[in-house]
Design a protein around this ligand. Structure first.
Ligand code: MN
Length: 291
């Protein structure tokens, strides 16, 4: 097991703990990006911005968000519900705070890298209001994506991966996992003990492949990510997941010239603009992924 500390970043005025990618760990299966935010008072408003080559996975513990995208989708998401947006060759979206919600925001924003077979394909959006939940006595497990404990999420998946919200009661829990997957645990609240280490918010515990069981001690709540190691080398910059810098440059040009590739989003928020990537414009400071 390897424990990495998340990096603090700011997205749309909101402080996040970026668990993935980190210096030591770029991916877990196809999971390539994970921002844990809150609990926070700030609204998580993010204006229209583009994506390609990835799926966005939005999951809330508390709060409410309105998702708007260039397919014409308008979907409010609440705790326990999953928003899954597939970018393919291009989509744009915005996330707005809802006027009626006044409480704290707490959630996680994840990306899944798309494989070669679908990354140049069409964009799509799914909302899942009802996900399978297993209760093994030691806690509850909600299956966001993939298969766990004999349950299957209805969410689309283009690679062999899994995402499970674990709500552990006090005491030990043993999870049956797939030896063909690598896994990582991100903790939302409380402290989950694993292999003698206390995993708390702001840390990611990585487990390699070859395990058929994972022993955890609660109480705590977190997200278990897993999957078959992603075979391709990824190039990630700003909101794009690609295989080469050329693809990134083309995407940035298409967004800044509004070529039509990423469509239009109906939002009261301002479109997010970005200059060329740093290897093209050394004068600009460069943008890390997910800003
Ligand atoms: Mn986004």
């Amino acid at each position: 097991m390897v424990v990495t500390e998340s990096r603090v970043a700011t997205v749309g005025g909101l402080e996040v703990r970026r668990a993935l990618p980190s210096r030591g760990r770029r991916t877990v299966g196809a999971w390539c990006f994970a921002d844990h935010y809150g609990p926070a008072k700030e609204a998580a408003d993010i204006g229209p911005h583009p994506h390609m080559g990835l799926q966005t996975v939005s999951w809330l513990l508390t709060g409410e968000l309105l998702h708007l995208d260039s397919l014409g989708t308008e979907q409010t998401i609440k705790p326990g519900q999953l928003n899954l947006m597939t970018a393919g060759q291009g989509i744009s979206h915005a996330e707005e705070a809802t006027p009626q919600y006044k409480g704290l925001m707490h959630g996680i924003q994840l990306w899944v890298a798309q494989p070669g077979a679908t990354r140049d394909g069409d964009a799509a959006f799914e909302h899942h209001g009802d996900l399978p939940v297993a209760d093994g006595g030691a806690g509850e497990a909600t299956v966001l994506v993939g298969d766990f404990a004999g349950l299957s999420s209805p969410a689309r998946r283009d690679t062999e991966h899994v995402g499970i919200d674990l709500s552990l009661r006090a005491g030990p829990a043993t999870l049956e996992i797939d030896p063909a997957y690598e896994y990582a645990l991100i903790v939302f609240e409380g402290s989950v003990s694993v292999g003698g280490a206390a995993i708390t918010p702001g840390r990611l515990a990585y487990f390699g492949m070859g395990r058929d069981e994972l022993a955890l001690i609660g109480p705590g709540r977190g997200l278990l990510l897993g999957g078959v190691p992603f075979p391709d080398e990824l190039v990630m910059w700003w909101n794009f997941v690609a295989r080469s810098k050329d693809e990134i440059e083309a995407a940035q040009r298409d967004w800044s010239t509004d070529s039509g590739r990423f469509g239009e989003v109906e939002s009261h928020l301002k479109r997010v603009e970005v200059g060329p990537p740093p290897w093209r414009a050394s004068a600009n400071g460069g943008q890390p992924p997910g800003s």
